[in-house]
Ligand binder design. Structure first.
Ligand code: AMP
Length: 282
């Protein structure tokens, strides 16, 4: 099997996309940080259903990690990732170096509000969404893609990206895709590789407790009570819970608008690993 073409510069990426557009083809982009799993590949597959060509980017973005976080330890497996992208049907991998993405003297950032400042991930990772918005804006502009696909796994991030694309009039449609899970419910994540065998056994409780709260809410229980019960189950199992909250599914505001649906979102640490998950309630 021939290898997937790899663009390492913006000029190479644009040459591929220009050729596709000149041939009348539409282009989807799947931005990733690599260490690819079935969740990422589901985005590629959805891209192929919605566009003629799919390009995936692999870039571990330093701007979305705090100095105390896992930028250096983040798994990097380029050869394996390229093989997976090829077999999922992607036509191109964009793998820029740090200097290609952020040239010396880079001095611009995108400031985010709305869903980015609702006191969820932003409360624990204050630098995070500014870094995500900046790199995603660059990737959308660099690639000139027609659509870009993001996972609901990172639900707040998906809303932040949609808001940014609307606000900045970027000519790209953002598509959200359902979370891909292990058979026991654990959401696939590159960071699951950090879990010890014992932690991996406990980790699915995060999703189980989201489902328990959603079930209680649908049965008419008060949110506060159902959420407190789930948090105490998680703490007893060994999690440190950053948040478990019921939010408006579109704005992430604390009081869900019954007309718009609501979402339960959780972040919790298990040993050295920070896990996030979310599910729709209504
Ligand atoms: P990452 O490489 O973690 O930055 O993720 C790249 C993209 O894959 C983001 O849009 C994520 O939301 C998405 N993604 C990560 N894990 C999953 C999953 N389990 N199911 C669906 N999408 C995912």
């Amino acid at each position: 099997m021939s290898e997937i073409p790899v663009a390492r510069t913006i000029a190479e990426l644009r040459a591929h996309v220009r050729a596709w557009h000149q041939a009348g083809q539409t282009v989807a982009l799947v931005p990733t940080m690599g260490a690819l799993h079935r969740g990422h590949l589901a985005l590629v597959e959805e891209g192929l259903r919605r566009a003629d060509q799919v390009a995936a980017s692999i870039f571990v973005n330093p701007k979305q990690f705090a100095p105390t976080e896992d930028f250096d330890a983040y798994p990097r497996r380029e050869a394996d990732d390229l093989a997976k992208l090829k077999s999922a049907g992607a036509a191109l991998a964009f793998v820029p170096g740090g200097g290609e993405m952020y040239a010396a003297g880079f001095a611009t950032a995108i400031a985010v509000g709305g869903p980015a400042t609702q006191g969820l991930e932003d409360r624990f990772r204050p630098h995070f969404f500014g870094g995500v918005a900046t790199v995603v804006a660059k990737l959308l502009i660099q690639s000139q893609c027609d659509i870009a696909l993001f996972g609901e796994k990172d639900y707040q991030q998906l809303l932040v990206v949609k808001q940014m694309v609307r606000d900045l009039d970027l000519p790209c449609r953002i598509i959200g895709c359902p979370t891909v899970r292990e058979a026991d419910g654990l959401a696939l994540s590159s960071r699951n590789a950090y879990l010890t065998a014992e932690e991996r056994r406990i980790a699915p409780m995060l999703h189980q407790q989201l489902q328990a709260v959603a079930g209680a809410l649908r049965a008419g229980k008060a949110p506060g009570e159902a959420i407190e019960a789930a948090i105490s189950v998680l703490i007893t199992a060994g999690f440190s819970v950053d948040y478990l909250e019921l939010r408006d599914a579109e704005t992430l505001a604390p009081e869900p608008d019954p007309g718009r649906g609501s979402r339960l979102l959780v972040a919790a640490r298990l040993g050295k690993t920070r896990l996030i998950d979310n599910i729709a309630v209504y």
